[in-house]
Ligand binder design. Structure first.
Ligand code: GDG
Length: 467
């Protein structure tokens, strides 16, 4: 916790630029304070940032004037101002209604509105100008995600001395979709301003390199693109989680007893199926509800055998599409509970709220089956968190082929979420998987995530950037 006014000085050897700052403002008396927002990215970068003069540039999450730069737990934060109109056009519009659906296989139609493009350019410039102002001579700037794809080239133009990295947290689409974007060349040129452009998967990196060669003067191979006399590396750096933190949580007496409590409450004789997602149409929450409903209808299982717990974290509630999705999901849950529920026994428990990380860990520990069924997902950290919490190698992960995680977590029960029968069969299989088979599948998953945790990810990216 830090009081809101802490002055900042000197230039930074490393600057992180992301849409949101790693902290959020919390109301307290006599004055508001900043608190760290939990998440892998923040924990991975904290040791790096604390080891040298560094700054995080981002939006504080509230429209209006930006608070003055401040220091929090050894990291300097430089808030970027976004007016209400900026938020509407840059964040809710171009970022979340144009780019987000387009980059996720157009599972919803992307909206191409010219009045959102210029605010996107303008706000990208605002982030770039602050980064340039705070970065030291020959320092490093690491830009994150789809909101800020023009920032690398803008920084390069103003400060050619700086090493620039970019990491895309969401998928990078194939040519046939990306070509729809009216501003496609500008976006590619923006990203080509970086020295290293990182993606969650090899496929994302390949898509980018192909598009760059087609629409710009770039030549060469994926890991060795040549553009305007510079070498650019486009590579996969699969993001991960702080595995040790989740393992410690899962083994702590408080969490194990909380998880037992959950099991008792939900019915000790029932298998627990769990879903944890931001309430987003890419996550396939409705599809998994449909598969579960059909499984109950088929009579292969019933509400005395199993229960589904779905945590749906509130997300982007100002965008109409997300509000509609929420009512659709809630109606669906009501339908299943109405059809199969009995007094005192419910087939679906639905929580629409943000749970503390400890509660989440206790749920992962209680769950026999974890359902991760996105239609498309850059990585999906929930899948990795579940694996991290299964320290006794039990439990079954049902994982969509269309997540970045599926590339690494190949001994999970992989499913095509578009194939309803296949998904239903996979849930049925998962509910009855013998314990030896659970171990056989879980062990390699745990080995992999322990080797490739989020610290490894940050290290690999920063090493590539140094070269
Ligand atoms: C984007 C990309 C990529 C969820 N509910 C609660 C809660 N969470 C946490 C989870 C997990 C995180 O939120 C969600 O991460 P995901 O990876 O699943 O998904 P996105 O939010 O869409 O993230 C994605 C990621 O960026 C990183 O690059 O993997 O593909 O779309 O950590 O645990 N945390 C708490 N309470 C909740 O109720 N505390």
């Amino acid at each position: 916790m830090t009081a809101l006014r802490t002055p900042v000085k000197e230039s930074s050897q490393i600057v992180i630029v992301s849409n949101r700052l790693p902290v959020h403002r919390v109301k307290r008396s006599p004055e508001d304070v900043w608190e760290i927002s939990p998440g892998g990215l923040v924990s991975a970068l904290t040791p790096v940032l604390q080891s040298k003069p560094s700054t995080w540039v981002g939006w504080a999450g509230v429209a209006g004037k930006a608070p003055a730069p401040f220091e929090h737990e050894g990291i300097r934060n430089h808030p970027v101002a976004l007016s209400k109109k900026d938020v509407e056009a840059f964040y809710e519009g171009f970022s979340n209604r144009t780019l987000w659906p387009l980059y996720h296989d157009a599972v919803r139609p992307p909206e191409y509105r010219r009045r959102w493009w210029w605010p996107y350019v303008k706000i990208n410039r605002r982030f770039a100008e602050i980064a340039v102002e705070v970065v030291a001579q020959k320092g490093t700037v690491w830009v994150h995600d789809y909101h800020l794809q023009l920032v690398p080239a803008m920084i390069r133009e103003m400060r050619p001395d700086v090493r620039i990295g970019f990491f895309m947290h969401i998928p990078f689409p194939p040519q046939e979709l990306f070509v729809q974007l009216p501003w496609r060349r500008r976006i590619l040129e923006g990203l080509l301003g970086a020295d290293v452009v990182g993606f969650q998967t090899r496929l994302g990196a390949q898509n980018f390199a192909r598009l760059a060669r087609r629409f710009t003067n770039a030549t060469g191979s994926r890991e060795n693109l040549q553009y305007e006399g510079r070498r650019i590396v486009s590579e996969a750096f699969p993001i991960s989680i702080d595995v040790e933190r989740f393992e410690k949580l899962a083994q702590s007496p408080e969490i194990t007893s909380r998880s037992r409590e959950f099991r008792t409450k939900l019915g000790a004789d029932r298998k627990i199926i769990l879903g944890v997602d931001r309430l987003d149409y890419t996550k396939g929450i409705d599809i998994r509800l449909r598969a579960y409903q059909e499984l109950l209808r088929s009579g292969k299982t019933n509400l005395n055998d199993c229960v589904l717990v779905q945590v749906a974290t509130p997300s982007r509630q100002r965008v109409a599409e997300y509000r509609e999705l929420r009512s659709h999901i809630e109606q669906f849950v009501g339908e299943i509970n109405g059809e199969f529920g009995e007094l005192g026994r419910t087939p679906v428990h639905y929580l629409h709220r943000n749970l503390p990380a400890e509660e989440l860990a206790a749920l992962y520990l209680a769950a026999d089956v974890m359902l991760v069924t996105p239609l498309r997902d850059g990585m999906n950290l929930v899948a990795k968190e579940y694996v991290a919490c299964r320290t006794d190698d039990s439990g079954t992960l049902v994982l969509s082929e269309f997540t970045g995680s599926a590339e690494e977590l190949s001994s999970a029960l992989l499913v095509n979420p578009h194939d309803l029968d296949g998904l239903e069969a996979a849930i049925d299989t998962a509910l009855h998987l013998p314990i030896e088979e659970q171990h056989r599948r879980m062990r390699p998953l745990r080995r992999l995530i322990k080797r490739h945790d989020v610290f490894y990810w940050a290290d690999m990216f920063l090493k590539a950037l140094k070269r």
